[in-house]
Design a protein. Sequence first.
Lengths: 206, 279
Amino acid sequence: MFIQTIGIWIGAFLTLAIFSFLYRDNPVYKVAENLFVGVSAGYWAVVLWFDFAWPNLFAPLFQGRIYYIIPILIGILMFAPLFPKISWLVRIPLTFTMGVAMAVAITQYIQGDIIPQLQGTFLPLRGVPFFTAFSNLLIILGVIFTLIYFYFSKEHKGALGVGAKIGVWFMMVSFGASFGYTIMARVSLLIGRVYYLLHDWLRVVR
Amino acid sequence: MKILDKLAVLDRRIIYLLVGLAVIIPMLIPLGLPVDITRPVQNVYDKIESLTEGSIVLMSTDYDPGSEAELYPATEAIIEHCFRRNLKIYMMGLWPAGSALGERALDTLARVHGKRYGSDYVNVGYRPGGAVMLLSLGRNFRDVIRVDYTGRPIDSLELGRQVRSARDITLVMTLSAGDPGVIHWVQYFHARFGTPICAATTAIMAPRQYPYMNSGQLVGLLGGLKGAAEYETLVKRRGRGLTGMDSQSIVHVLLVLFIILGNVILINQKRKKSAPGAG
C-alpha cells in the first residue's frame, strides 16, 4: 500500500512536471522528459531480451537445438557495415528479411485487404432502404472519384479533371473526419491524465 | 474590432488554461450529458451477447501506457461483459507494455466476479513477431505460446490446454493503438482463419477501420474514449469512459468556438490589410 502511494505521488509529480512545459520550458520538465526516455529505453531492452531474444533464440539453442546458431549468425551479419572490408555481407540478412517480409505481406495484403475491400464496394442500390442506398452510392462514387484523382497517365482536364476534383472533395471530407478524431484522441489523453490527478492522487473524483 | 485585435495576439497559455478548466470542472461537477450508442459499438455488444457460455474470447492488448487513457476503459468494459456472460478470456498482446495493463484489468475484475485463473481466464503476455507470429498462432498455438505471462507452462492450465488453434477461438477482441494491431488481426488472422474480429482503437485510428467494417472484416468497433463510454452505457457500468465524456463534450464545444473565432479574426485581419490606405 505504501509503495503504491509512493508510485501515485511520483506519477502525479511527473505529470505536473510535463504539464509545466505549457507555461514555458523549464528544468523540471527536462528532468521528467529525460527520465521518460531513459525508463522507456531500459524497459524495451529488458522486454526484448526476456520476451524476444531469450525464449525464441537463445533458450532453444542452449536446449540443444544447435541449428538456432544460423539465425544468430545471420543476425550478427547486420553489424557487417561497421567493418568496411566485409560490409557487403550485410546483404545476406537484408535480402532474407526483405524476401520473407515481401512474401508474407504481398500474399496477405491481396487476400486480406485488396480483394475484401473490392468486394466491399459491390453494394446494392436497389431493394434496400433509401438511406442505405444513398450511403452505398456515396461509397461507390467516393471510390471511383478518388481513384480518378490518382490516375496520372492522362492530364486532369475535361471530364477527368472534374472527376479528380470531386475525388479531392471526398478526400477532404475524409481528412476532416481524421482530424476531428485526432482532436478527440488528444483531448482523451488529457482527460486521462486529469482523471489520474483528481481520482488516484487527490481522490476528489469518484 | 478592438476586441478582435486583442484576441489576435492572445497569449496561447490562456487557451491552455481554458481547455484545462473545461476538462476539470465537468469532472468535479458532472453534467450527465447523454451518450448515444452508435452502430459499431452496438455490434460489439451484440456479438458478445450472442456467444454461448464457455466460449473463448481472445483479447489482445495491443497498446501501451501512451494510449492507456483511451483503451484501458474499453479493456475493463469488455472484460466485465465477458465475465458477466461467463465467457472465457485468453489474453495476449502484440505490444510489450500492454500485457501489464491487461493483467491489471483482468486481476481486478476476476476478483469481483469470482473467476479462477487458468480455467476462466489466462494471460500469456507479450508475443513478438507481428504478422508472421499471427499466422503461426492460428495454425498451432503451441508453436508460439509455451508459457503464460508468469512463465508457467501453458499445458498446466486448463484453458491453455483447451486452445490449440484458431478454431478454438470464438472471437478476437483487439485493443489496438497502432502497428502491430487491428490491421494485422484483420489482414492475417481473419483473412486466413476466418475468426470474427472486434476492435477497440484509439480515436486517431478509428476512421481507418470503417472500410473494414463496411466489408464485414470487422464485426464492430469502439473508437477512443467515446467508444468505451458507449460500451460502459451498454453494460451499465460507470467507469472512466463515462466519467470523461462530459469533459470531452465541453472541450469539443470550446474548440469549435476557438476555430470559429480564429477564422473571424483571420478574415478581419485580411479585410484590414486589403482596405484602401492599408500599409
